[in-house]
Design a binder for this molecule. Structure first.
Ligand code: GUN
Length: 302
């Protein structure tokens, strides 16, 4: 058996088209488009490429987009003042401070300074709390977990009553996706187990999973014999395991490997996400969805 591929690259296109159409309709009705600011401190090459992609995507769906680049030695006080400026700017619905920040800046203090109603990353403690409560309390689910849930739903995988096993307990993927999948409601209502570095027999838990979500950051951690035949496998791992020359551009690019042994796993799973092209493209897509949602909340129609 070869698993059905769940492609983030395809689902991204569907969702971005939906967002573009909604932005156009809202602009006609309300004369306003969602505004997203990305704040980049310094010139970390990976951060520059992420921010560039976020801004390009925002532009594509018709948002007002602002890329605010700040020098690496900006003081914490100046960065907090900048955030305050965007908190007060009605044309901005989403504020994203690209992480990581330089060592002299307290990341927690910065993330906590963003107005929770503009925190489209969903990292502010208020939004973490809203997610935990669930239902209509939720404003901005964090983008990667939101993308995972969207992929599971759009792939037609039943979540109600399903055994979901999450590998990894990070604040940005493992903990929030576990929390989201156990909520009562569509695309969730599952029985959730979280396994992590303290778990005694990870394999035994994974083998029970109808939906296995792996976000451990360990290349090839999940072996084919850990997978229940027919399971849905979501691989969140993006591990750089080497470099190669791109056939398209002739430039050096990273060789990426997921946390799941894909070639063997696809012969056992019912559906599976590849790396790259699986969960990766969903994160920025859900950032756009959160920014659109934020403007709808502002207009009182969310
Ligand atoms: N750095 C890497 N991923 C992310 C993300 O999703 N949000 C922010 N703000 N910074 C990041």
């Amino acid at each position: 058996m070869t698993a059905k591929l769940i492609l983030g690259t395809e689902i991204r296109e569907q969702i971005l088209e939906e967002i573009t159409a909604e932005v156009k309709a809202l602009k006609e009705e309300y004369g306003k488009v969602p505004g997203l600011v990305t704040i980049l401190v310094g010139a970390n090459p990976a951060s520059i490429s992420y921010v560039t992609l976020k801004i390009q995507t925002a532009h594509r769906v018709g948002f007002k987009e602002v890329q605010d680049s700040q020098p690496v030695d900006i003081s914490e006080a100046d960065l907090l003042a900048l955030i305050d400026k965007y908190n007060k700017d009605d044309s901005i619905n989403g504020i994203l401070v690209q992480l990581p920040l330089p060592k002299h800046i307290n990341e927690k203090k910065v993330l906590n300074a963003i107005d929770p109603d503009k925190d489209v990353d969903g990292f502010h403690p208020v939004n973490v709390g809203r997610l935990m409560i669930g239902g209509s309390e939720v404003k901005f689910p964090p983008c990667t977990p939101a993308g995972i849930q969207e992929m599971i739903v759009r792939a037609g995988v039943e979540t109600k009553g399903a055994e979901v096993v999450v590998v990894g307990r990070s604040n940005i993927v493992g903990k929030p996706i576990a929390n989201m999948m156990l909520q009562k409601g569509p695309g969730a209502n599952a029985t959730v187990t979280v396994v992590h570095t303290g778990t005694k027999n990870m394999e035994a838990h994974c083998k029970r999973a109808d939906i296995l979500i792996v976000a451990a950051g360990v290349p090839g951690l999940v072996k084919p014999e850990w997978i229940k035949p027919g399971a849905c496998v979501i691989d969140v791992g993006v591990n750089r395991v080497g470099e190669k020359v791109s056939e398209k551009t002739g430039k050096k690019i990273a060789i990426l490997k997921g946390d799941v042994d894909f070639d063997a796993a696809k012969e056992i799973a019912g559906s599976i996400t590849p790396v790259p092209g699986g969960v990766g493209p969903m994160t920025i897509t859900m950032l756009m969805k959160n920014t659109l949602k934020s403007m709808k909340f502002q207009l009182g129609i969310g």
